[in-house]
Design a binder for this molecule. Structure first.
Ligand code: ATP
Ligand code: MG
Length: 287
């Protein structure tokens, strides 16, 4: 296996690697280590692109003693869409939830811009690292009320123009401004939830199967918005999806999680070259 020692390394090696991922890593024979590299220039980024999120040796054990996450280490570069795939129960949502402390990770395991997220005020963190779930839950009131919610908590009232801009960002026209949640389709409500998250000006978006309840057109709308956010705002996006085709359409890099372990990290179009049988199985089932 080719091992890159550049910054661009995306690693999972079964131990707690050094925080500075530019440090060389050595693999001794006989060790059950697993290290994969994706060159940033291969996914259209310069090698010196910043790591936005670092996960280091993240473990989670259930109350019954079952391993849910097993020493997960990964670097998520800024301005990319990283897809996370894996069988049901493999720990995808748990990993995602650790990134904005919906599940509190142990100290010194998750870093945002180099800072341990456990040391960051949790509300501040969740504004910076927004999240969207499978099914949107809108608050009572109008679409505009929903979009204004986050900034209002900070004491800021968004102007109508700002709300319209956020609607447009989520590919919703101005007619939605005064609608109530009950008048919306699930796909439209999901875009409102996205606009509401964007109102907090996040730098990272975490998406847990955001389109699994949507029809193909709504799915495409959301995908288009995500790609645009990445391109125009350099947003870092981490998306759990069961749709390999979706991952192949929009992700720059894909991470395969099996039984709480990252077993492959690669470009989506390299899935067919993956060593892990589960990656191949995903590919077969989706074709
Ligand atoms: N709060 C919890 N308490 C105990 N076990 C949990 C808890 N949350 C998740 N688990 C267990 O952790 C494992 C991983 O769950 P997780 O929801 O992260 O999987 P997933 O990969 O997102 O699955 P899916 O594709 O079905 O959404 C599962 O075995 C689940 O039963
Ligand atoms: Mg899940």
């Amino acid at each position: 296996m080719e091992i890159s020692q550049s910054w661009s390394k995306i690693i999972h090696d079964g131990s707690s690697p050094p925080f500075d991922s530019s440090l060389p890593l050595e693999i001794s024979q006989g060790e059950t280590r697993h290290l994969l590299a994706v060159e940033m220039n291969e996914i259209g980024l310069k090698d010196e692109a910043e790591t936005k999120i670092q996960v280091r040796g993240l473990n989670k054990v259930s109350d019954k003693g079952d391993c849910i996450l097993n020493s997960v280490s990964v670097d998520i570069p800024g301005g990319v869409i990283m897809g996370i795939i894996g069988p049901s129960g493999s720990g995808k949502s748990t990993l995602l939830r650790a990134l904005n402390r919906l599940w509190e990770p142990p100290k010194n395991t998750v870093f945002l811009d180099g800072n341990d997220i456990c040391g960051i005020d949790v509300l501040f963190l969740r504004r910076k690292v927004g999240m969207l779930f499978q099914l949107p839950v809108l608050f009572e009131g109008t679409v505009a009320d929903n979009i204004r919610y986050g900034p209002k908590l900070k004491g800021k009232k968004l102007s109508d123009d700002e709300v319209y801009k956020l609607l447009a960002l989520a590919d919703l026209d101005s007619s939605f401004f005064n609608k109530s949640g009950g008048e919306l389709s699930v796909g439209q409500a999901q875009r409102v939830a996205l606009a509401r998250t964007l109102a907090n000006e996040p730098e990272v978006l975490l998406l847990d199967e955001p389109t699994s309840a949507l029809d193909p057109i709504s799915t495409q709308n959301i995908e288009d918005v995500l790609v645009k956010l990445k391109k125009d705002q350099k947003m870092t996006i981490v998306m759990v999806s069961h749709g390999i085709k979706q991952i192949q359409r929009i992700a720059d890099v894909v991470c395969l999680l099996v039984d709480g372990e990252i077993v492959e990290i690669m470009k989506p179009d390299q899935l067919s070259e993956a060593n892990h049988p589960m990656a191949l199985r995903f590919l077969q089932l989706s074709s």
